[in-house]
Design a protein around this ligand. Structure first.
Ligand code: NAD
Ligand code: IPM
Ligand code: MN
Length: 349
């Protein structure tokens, strides 16, 4: 028997609703097996901050490091909320976790499952993964504000790109490409404008490519990449890109493959020095929170990525198959968040 110590951070809004279903499925799929999940819930997020003034206390961060993996729901206040400063929870909790736990691979698969409606007229066979750098770029927190509130205000966010940081994520992306049938990698950047970072990314791809002669690679500027993601998304296999471009194109990727309710992600530390964290790509969706309207599929597929990361490939595949079956049987009848979770949990038990 193997016991997995899992930290669960349900968060705000629909976070707790979708996380409950992901946990349900995790427990169901490991039910009859020697794998046992031991869960510890951490109340963190905007709500928690309003109650306690805590975002991510040092002792909680240390406690999280002791777990084998983290399942994360979503955090963040409603856009109109005036009590929670914009960016506070995002920066001091979510990004702090990704940075402190060195989640340099932000893995975001996009697949148009059979039977799922895409807003594209002829999407073709869409099945690609985005390997988004997770610890650098404009997210690094470099920058500041001078003369705030004056007509002379200067605000900067400086994108951080290190040879070390770029090379490790590019190598990871090549490794993933080498393991996929099409063995193709696309670097997405904007080296015609962001010449310094762009040069580093491009040179790194060329260098690492020598280690993977079986993988073909090409390059797209990020603006052009958004065109192809709409006009010809089946061309993509593995995309490697920086933190901000990766954020933007993965919402677009979600939109063309059935919506944000289906998009899963993993924040992965491939060296396994710290636990990896798995979460839906979507946020706390304040507009539908507390109504059992959220689709838990993204959270459940994130749990499948978690299983895969821990080496439970059979269980992960089982969850993915159950999701696939559930998706292909959807006929527009409205189900609650829990009903979707129940159906998928029943299919993996
Ligand atoms: P969002 O993803 O929360 O919502 C965008 C739209 O998608 C909304 O209309 C919402 O109802 C819908 N939606 C999202 N998830 C859904 C699901 N599972 N099923 C059905 N519909 C779903 O993005 P937003 O509105 O830009 O952000 C809301 C808050 O969440 C903000 O505070 C933001 O900072 C935060 N946020 C957090 C994360 C995270 O925790 N990883 C990610 C993105 C945004
Ligand atoms: C995501 C979110 C986060 C990001 C925010 C909430 C910090 O949009 O996970 O995609 O920008 O990475
Ligand atoms: Mn995002």
């Amino acid at each position: 028997p193997r016991t997995i110590s899992l930290a669960v951070i349900p968060g705000d809004g629909i976070g707790p609703e979708v996380t409950a279903e992901a946990v349900k499925v995790l427990l169901a799929v490991t039910g009859g097996s020697p794998v046992r999940f031991e869960l510890t819930e951490y109340p963190l997020g905007a709500e928690h901050w309003l109650e306690t003034g805590e975002t991510l206390p040092e002792h909680t961060l240390q406690a999280l490091k002791e777990h084998d993996a983290i399942l994360f729901g979503a955090v963040g206040a409603a856009p109109g909320d005036t009590l929670v400063p914009s960016g506070l929870i995002e920066r001091e909790l979510l990004l702090k976790l990704r940075f402190s736990l060195d989640h340099y691979v932000n893995l975001r698969p996009s697949r148009l499952y059979p039977g799922v409606h895409s807003p594209l007229a002829a999407p073709g066979n869409v099945d690609f993964i985005v390997v988004r750098e997770g610890t650098e770029g404009p997210y690094a927190g470099n920058g500041g504000v001078l003369r705030e509130g004056t007509p002379q205000e200067i605000a900067t966010e400086v994108s951080l790109n290190t040879a070390y940081g770029v090379e490790r994520v590019v190598r990871d992306a090549f490794q993933r490409a080498a393991a996929r049938p099409r063995r193709h990698l696309t670097l997405v950047h904007k080296h015609n404008v962001l010449v310094n970072a762009g040069r580093l990314w491009k040179r790194t791809v060329e260098k690492v490519a020598h280690e993977f002669p079986e993988v073909t690679h090409d390059y797209l500027h990020v603006d052009a990449a958004t065109i192809f993601m709409v006009s010809d998304p089946s061309r993509f296999d593995v995309i490697v890109t920086d933190n901000l471009f990766g954020d933007i194109i993965t919402d677009l990727a979600a939109a063309i493959t059935g919506g944000i309710g289906l998009a899963a992600s993993g924040n992965i530390n491939m060296d396994r020095t710290f636990p990896s964290m798995f979460e839906p790509v979507h946020g706390s969706a304040p507009d539908i929170a507390g109504q059992q309207k959220a689709d838990p599929t993204a959270a459940i597929l994130s749990a499948a990525l978690l299983l895969q990361h821990l080496g439970f490939d059979d269980e992960a595949a089982k969850v993915e198959r159950a999701v696939e079956k559930d998706l292909s049987g959807r006929d527009g009848t409205r189900r609650t968040t829990a009903e979707v979770g129940d159906a998928i949990a029943a299919a993996v038990s």
